[in-house]
Design a protein around this ligand. Structure first.
Ligand SMILES: Cc1ncc(COP(=O)(O)O)c(C=O)c1O
Length: 408
């Protein structure tokens, strides 16, 4: 098996990504998933890991959730990807179910395949309905690696591929004064993650989004909230923006929407903009967007995620982890830990990048897999499956304790 594993790694390096293989080998954190289920992924070499990143929420329901697999398997008996030119029962029903979980007025749904595609559509829609080009995003934020989504991001991701389309600018997140200065009559939209993950799981002030929405309203701009990571129960409510008393004009969904089984994303927007696509329904199309099989995965995911029992587990476990991490942080003050987050969207910020990287490696050695925030490597992102149970949580805390003790 070990030889087979090496062969796979070499094949991957040869044909997919030599750079990733080099990096993982350098830090001795190579993981080649084989069997997976619930909170666990098992390397080809037999080592078991608790997945505490979940690919930013893709595996909110754990790996290979039985209900999602059953829904997709049933759908496969009758359906296929579907035809985006035609009217579709699964698409209609999925959109209606999704809309029923949203605040009043957010009734319109365009399906996509990936988060980046759904972001692009949100920006196209904002530009289309306002007739303006200005798009304001947050420094250090992340909305995807393609098209307009890439243009919202930091230079380090896009300056090799320039020039980016005009009209894009960035402001400091959670600085309402900066936003006030940036939004003008040329602004089509402000786009923000509800809790920016790549920035380092940064929590905005309670009133921030409401104030941003008011600034947008004053200037006739739209507020787009990216819920690709915060959606589907990650923060203990169905949508992350529910914590901030704000209703965005457009919401972008991805990752967790697929139940970890079949890719699907969505842009949900207010019905006051519905005329835009009514006039020209073919101005945006996506061949695979909202595949009918994907719609079944999404409908089952929505049904699971909106249940109060499910959401209450997220809140209970989130409180437990926060309490335990804080306690361990106090016990080992040398690591300079600052814990933050809502529900099970948490960031562990350490005193410096090196400490965070060592802790990541020590946790890996203890069988806990997580990653750091791309734009702030001092922060480890802690996003376990939302179905995590107390016995598994205790194993995670034990591993974290061991890692902190070795560093502290
Ligand atoms: C907040 C956020 N928005 C958008 C995206 C882009 O999604 P995708 O990779 O599916 O295009 C990501 C991906 O990591 C993300 O974290």
């Amino acid at each position: 098996m070990q030889n087979k594993r090496e062969d796979i790694i070499n094949l991957y390096a040869g044909h997919v990504s030599p750079g990733k293989v080099d990096t993982y080998r350098k830090y001795d954190i190579t993981l080649v998933p084989a069997a997976r289920g619930g909170c666990y992924i098992c390397d080809m070499n037999g080592r078991k890991f608790i997945n505490c990143h979940c690919n930013g929420g893709v595996f909110n329901l754990g790996h290979r959730n039985e209900r999602i697999i059953r829904a997709v398997a049933e759908a496969m008996k009758e359906y296929d990807i579907g035809n985006h030119h035609l009217i579709s029962k699964p698409k209609a029903e999925c959109a209606s179910l999704l809309a029923s979980t949203m605040p009043k007025g957010l009734t319109q749904v365009v399906f996509g395949v990936s988060g980046g595609e759904a972001i692009d559509l949100a920006i196209k829609l904002a530009r289309g309905v306002t007739g303006r080009s200005g798009i304001i995003s947050a420094k250090g934020g992340y909305h995807g690696h393609t098209g307009f989504a890439l243009a919202t991001g930091d230079a380090k991701f896009n300056d090799k591929f320039g020039p980016m389309p005009p009209g894009f600018s960035q402001v400091v997140f959670n600085d309402i004064g900066a936003m006030e200065k940036a939004v003008t009559r040329d602004t089509a939209a402000v786009i923000l993650e509800t809790i920016p993950a790549t920035m380092g799981i940064v929590l905005p002030d309670k009133k921030y989004f409401l104030e941003v929405k008011n600034i947008c309203k004053k200037h006739g701009a739209l507020l787009i909230l990216d819920e690709v990571q915060t959606g589907f129960g990650r923060t203990g409510t169905m949508w992350g923006f529910e914590h901030f008393n704000v209703v965005p004009d457009i919401v972008v969904l991805g990752k967790g929407m697929s139940g970890g089984i079949y890719p699907i994303s969505a842009t949900v927007y207010h019905e006051r903009y519905a005329d835009f696509f009514r006039k020209d329904p073919f101005v945006h199309i996506s061949t695979f967007g909202g595949s009918e099989i994907g719609c079944f995965a999404a409908m089952e995911t929505i049904k699971i995620s909106k249940s109060e029992k499910f959401l209450s587990n997220v809140r209970t476990m989130g409180n437990y982890f926060k309490k335990e991490f804080t306690r361990l942080g106090k016990q080992y003050p040398n690591i300079g830990l600052n814990v933050r987050g809502i529900g099970l969207m948490m960031g562990m910020e350490f005193k410096d990048e090196m400490t965070a990287l060592f802790i990541l490696k020590l946790l890996f050695d203890e069988g806990v897999y997580l990653v750091y925030s791309g734009n702030d490597p001092r922060v480890l992102q802690f996003l376990p499956p939302l179905v995590v149970t107390m016995p598994i949580a205790k194993k995670i805390i034990k591993a974290v304790h061991t890692a902190f003790a070795k560093m502290g």
